[in-house]
Design a protein around this ligand. Structure first.
Ligand code: 1JT
Length: 256
């Protein structure tokens, strides 16, 4: 078991389809003690899910665009389990209209909102973990991204810009956290039919395109993304930091 004796925090579980839930199960299966955070609205659902995993903890972190909410959640985690060995950031949000309309129509408010929730929140969480001295030596932070950060993917729009900022933030955070021996990496996951993806126009077409073009000719599962997350949490990846690993069945390496 890769994560025996480690404590990891998973931010962003909503339901059993969540990518963060795949990470929770994988970390648990590898022997980690898992602490999940979710918003107030999904807490009863997540509570039921966590009932399957003895010793797992649930902490509410309602709104990552508020420093007070992050602060409160981290304090609760510190009280419950003390220092941690890893944290996964699996949180993103954009206004629906900004994913439906052309990117050029994105409002100042919509742009700032996507950045705040999906990108800046990682910087805030990393800083507060350090300030509160909550990280054990060799700790590993991870955030989820998507191919739309690198190339213009129709419909991903303002989220692509937010994920590009997230991926750049991972590199700059890697430099800062590296001074203390901590690591931070991103996983660029292939598209997955989660609740967040449900409202996306033509999402089925995107999944079909992956099956057709990706070298492995299938879509990724939350179990596969979870297993790669467990690898990045583990000491088997001790020399990997500031990296964005594609867990996408090879989709992103194909040209024409
Ligand atoms: C959000 C949503 C972040 C959907 C996301 C996401 N990261 C990946 N997806 C799936 C996706 C979405 C689109 C897409 C391809 C993949 C929805 C709520 C806000 C946060 O377009 C090609 C639009």
């Amino acid at each position: 078991m890769l994560l025996q004796g480690k404590k990891v925090v998973i931010m962003g579980v909503r339901n059993k389809w969540s990518i963060a839930w795949g990470a929770t199960k994988a970390a648990y299966d590898q022997g980690a003690q898992v602490i999940c955070t979710c918003s107030e609205g999904s807490s009863s659902k997540v509570k039921d899910l966590l009932a399957e995993l003895p010793e797992a903890e649930l902490v509410i972190c309602n709104d990552v665009s508020r420093d007070e909410d992050i602060d409160q959640a981290l304090e609760e985690i510190k009280t419950k389990v003390g220092k941690i060995d890893g944290l996964l950031h699996a949180i993103a949000h954009a206004n629906t209209e900004d994913l439906r309309n052309d990117f050029i129509l994105t409002s100042r408010e919509g742009y700032a909102h996507a950045q705040d929730v999906s990108s800046y929140s990682l910087v805030a969480v990393a800083r507060m973990l350090r300030e509160k001295q909550m990280l054990n030596s060799g700790a590993s932070l991870i955030a989820y991204s998507y191919f739309g950060a690198e190339k213009a993917v129709q419909g991903y729009n303002v989220m692509g810009v937010a994920k590009a900022a997230l991926e750049a933030s991972i590199r700059y955070l890697a430099v800062d956290l590296g001074k203390e021996g901590y690591r931070i990496n991103g996983i660029s996951a292939g598209p997955i039919k989660t609740l967040s993806a449900k409202g996306i126009k033509d999402f089925g077409t995107i999944l079909d395109m992956v099956e057709e073009r990706a070298p492995l000719h299938r879509n990724v599962t939350i179990e596969e993304v979870g297993n790669s997350t467990a690898l990045l949490f583990s000491d088997l990846s001790s020399a990997i930091t500031g990296e964005i690993i594609h867990v996408d069945n090879g989709f992103s390496i194909v040209g024409v």
